[in-house]
Design a protein around this ligand. Structure first.
Ligand code: PPE
Length: 304
């Protein structure tokens, strides 16, 4: 359960958490066309900072554009509202959720001139897959559900309705005792997790899914950059489920999941069954940057 505390930004002003309500005939609630983002703010030694704020704001606008929703603010206003939401709630480390949605007006699939609304909430959120998964790796299964076909769901957009597929896959995985699901694309190649991008490591090389069937993860892009800086080759190339089984290391990335190792897939041990050296090296590098301990990528952070 979430703690009902603090304020939520709604259409230009802050409202109390418990008053941040919408009408039950809000269009997006019925048909799932809404766009959202997830950002994290990290606590550093002297100040807190939001990771890749502008990249997330850009993607929110891109998702809205794909969904033909015109956000009634510019990017600068949205970025400022996100920072303000963290400040007002006096949070030093949190997850931030902006949501663009189609409001109350006409019902029926055609949204007509219904207003486009924006809300921004922030709350404390620990390790998405648990502290143990972050340290020791998680167990995943390949889902019985297929990831989106590119002409059914345009995965470059972070669109709410697409997550029905994620929820079904996640519930199935959890019911079967796994931590997470890995979905295959309609052609049978590995696409991504329910809320994470996926990487495999074999013989010192990294492979990650190309952008055709996945969300272009901001953490993914950052980790690719960090790996290449360390001289580790990264290929954006399709791979199969058996290639995961025989990988030396597997890990997933996402704002919520951060960089989580995978120690087992479909009851097959990955590598030695523990997070490997490349995974843990990249995880350490990532956390040092976001916590402001390593100043080499200061431009990735926006101070709050
Ligand atoms: N793929 C999917 C499907 C996805 O939802 C996410 C983020 C990613 C990849 C990684 O993207 P990025 O955060 O930019 O590195 N998933 C968000 C929602 C998770 C949730 O349960 O809610 C997130 O991590 O914020």
């Amino acid at each position: 359960m979430m703690e009902a505390q603090g304020k939520i930004w709604m259409d230009g002003s802050f409202v109390n958490w418990t008053d941040a309500n919408v009408h039950v005939l809000t269009h997006s609630l019925h048909y799932g066309l809404a766009a959202f983002e997830g950002l994290r703010c990290y606590k550093g030694k002297t100040t807190s900072a939001i990771f890749k704020l502008h990249e997330h704001v850009d993607r929110l606008f891109e998702s809205a554009h794909i969904g033909m929703m015109t956000i009634p603010y510019d990017k600068k206003q949205v970025a400022e509202a996100i920072v303000e939401t963290v400040r007002v709630n006096k949070l030093d480390a949190c997850y931030i959720r902006p949501l663009v949605y189609i409001g109350y007006g006409a019902m029926g699939v055609y949204p007509g001139d219904n207003p486009i609304k924006l809300a921004i909430a922030a709350w404390k959120w620990g390790a998405y897959l648990g502290d143990d998964a972050l340290a020791n790796g998680m167990r995943a299964r390949v889902s019985s559900f297929t990831r989106h076909h590119v002409n059914v769901s345009m995965t470059r957009g972070k669109i709410s309705g697409y997550y029905v597929n994620s929820i079904l896959a996640k519930r199935e995985a959890k019911a079967d005792g796994y931590d997470e699901a890995i979905l295959l694309d309609p052609e049978g190649y590995v696409s991504e997790g329910t809320g994470e991008n996926i990487f495999i490591v074999r013989k010192g090389r990294i492979k990650t899914t190309p952008l055709t069937s996945i969300l272009e993860g901001i953490t993914r892009n950052s980790v690719i950059e960090l790996a290449r800086e360390r001289g580790i080759p990264v290929l954006e190339e399709r791979f199969t489920r058996d290639e995961m089984y025989i990988a030396d290391e597997v890990f997933v990335t996402g704002t919520a999941a951060e960089l989580t190792p995978v120690r087992e897939i479909d009851n097959r041990r990955i590598g030695i069954g523990k997070p490997g050296p490349i995974t843990m090296g990249l995880q350490k590098a990532f956390f040092s940057i976001v916590r402001g301990e390593d100043p080499t990528h200061a431009s990735w952070l926006t101070r709050v």
